[in-house]
Design a protein around this ligand. Structure first.
Ligand SMILES: Cc1ncc(COP(=O)(O)O)c(C=O)c1O
Length: 412
């Protein structure tokens, strides 16, 4: 299994052999409406023609040069045009790597070492920041084999709590990193004014504010969460949708901070960084986002809201406790009797029951991420939503019937 996040799928991890638009096809030829979208990147749907054409064109000219090429510069310009904080950009291959680079740049820019991250926010699989991950009640490391000392200079703080961040911001703090919308932790939004206040506190204390926009980038708005919410960080990290499905990520930000990488003072390296094939894919994806933005983002909002409504109304009609948080093209479903508005609420939801429901959806031709995350794409429309409504209804029937059978069984 190539990723531990793929292993929990029930009844077994499924094997796919094809994908187009909003559909995935498994090894037995079954077709699914896909709301996992390869864990997010396929914002334009599977096998987007414009991305494939750009990649095919580039493949004829070379796969990699290990040197500068025009697409790299064009891509940096496209990021600069679309993302409010982006004056300069550097490129890596994955979100985890780009987060690592952003933290290194922030440390070099400030001459400080400590990093503040938030409980229930996710920033990739590398050791230092893989503490206090979504689903964890505390700051413990996320996996066996992790060096706990790698996180010695990381403070895990409560999110959406101004007193907590005020108390944590000391003069040794290089960076505060957060998901501006806590999608991994339950698609949670913070209280009005919180992001602005963190922006002001970090500015005053000379701390680099990093938005991890690996999920929210190009998904919540053309300019990411920072454009949608109107708060501009010093640095931002992009991945997933940026590459149109190909592995590429970016750190971008103000010249004052990014100068650390641009000047070569910070070693930002990687054999495949900004390789021309992935750069071609990313440039094609951003160009498509830009050209279609006027209809794409309202549509993602509408389709996301309709999906959330289908899930919650069908569940309610069956007496099942499904709660869905949604913003634009991202959503998170919980098995919960009560609204899920805080990180503590997410921990109280019934994860096992939702995973069972996700397996029932799969049986009915709808593919979702078993832990609750849901993504929609430009390729989801009324046909897919109608199929989804029918499938959700049947999955709710099956789940309600199996819960009733379980209640009828004598205890012990
Ligand atoms: C917010 C966020 N940051 C960073 C990462 C890590 O990205 P990657 O899996 O490409 O390393 C992820 C992955 O899901 C993510 O959701």
């Amino acid at each position: 299994m190539a990723s531990a996040f793929r292993a929990p799928q029930q009844p077994v991890p499924i094997t796919f052999v094809g994908g187009h638009d909003a559909a995935l096809i498994d090894i037995d030829g079954n077709e699914y409406v896909d709301y996992a979208l390869a864990f997010g990147p396929m914002l334009l749907g599977h096998s987007c023609a414009r991305v494939l054409e750009a990649v095919a064109r580039q493949l004829r000219s070379g796969i990699g040069y290990g040197a500068s090429h025009p697409l790299e510069a064009e891509l940096a310009e496209a990021v600069q045009r679309t993302v409010p904080c982006a004056e300069l950009s550097v490129f890596s291959n994955s979100g985890s790597e780009a987060v690592h680079a952003a933290v290194r740049i922030a440390r070099a820019a400030t001459g400080r070492n400590r990093v503040i991250k938030f409980l229930g926010h996710f920033h990739g699989w590398l050791d230092p920041l893989a503490v206090g991950n979504p689903g964890r009640p505390d700051a413990r490391p996320s996996t066996a084999g992790q060096d706990p000392r790698a996180s010695d200079a990381v403070t895990v703080c409560r999110w959406n709590d101004l007193e907590a961040i005020r108390a944590a911001l000391a003069d040794d703090v290089a960076a505060v990193i957060m998901e501006p919308v806590a999608v991994n932790g339950g698609c949670l939004v913070c209280a009005p004014g919180y992001l602005e206040a963190v922006r002001e506190l970090t500015r005053r204390s000379g701390t680099v504010l990093i938005f991890d926009e690996v999920i929210t980038g190009f998904r919540l708005a053309l300019g990411g969460a920072q454009a949608r919410l109107g708060v501009v960080p010093d640095l931002a990290v992009f991945g997933k949708a940026l590459g149109g499905g190909f592995p590429i990520s970016a750190v971008c930000g103000s010249t004052a901070v990014m100068e650390q990488a641009a000047s070569g003072r910070v070693a930002h390296v990687g054999t495949y960084n900004a390789n021309p094939v992935c750069a071609a894919a990313a440039l094609a994806a951003i160009t498509e986002f830009e050209h279609t933005a006027g209809e794409l983002y309202p549509r993602l909002n509408e389709v996301g809201a309709t999906l959330a409504d289908i899930l919650s109304t069908e569940a309610m009609a069956h007496g099942l406790p499904l709660v869905v948080n949604q913003m634009g093209g991202a959503a998170y479903a919980f098995w919960s009797d009560t609204p899920v508005e805080t990180y503590a609420d997410t921990l109280a939801a019934d994860d096992v029951a939702y995973r069972r429901f996700a397996a029932a959806l799969l049986d009915e031709g709808v593919h979702v991420i078993p832990r609750g995350l849901l993504y929609v794409s430009a390729a989801h429309g009324t046909t897919e939503l109608a199929r989804t409504r029918e499938a959700v209804r049947r999955a709710c029937d099956a789940t309600a019937a199996s819960l009733a059978r379980r209640q009828e069984q004598p205890a012990g």
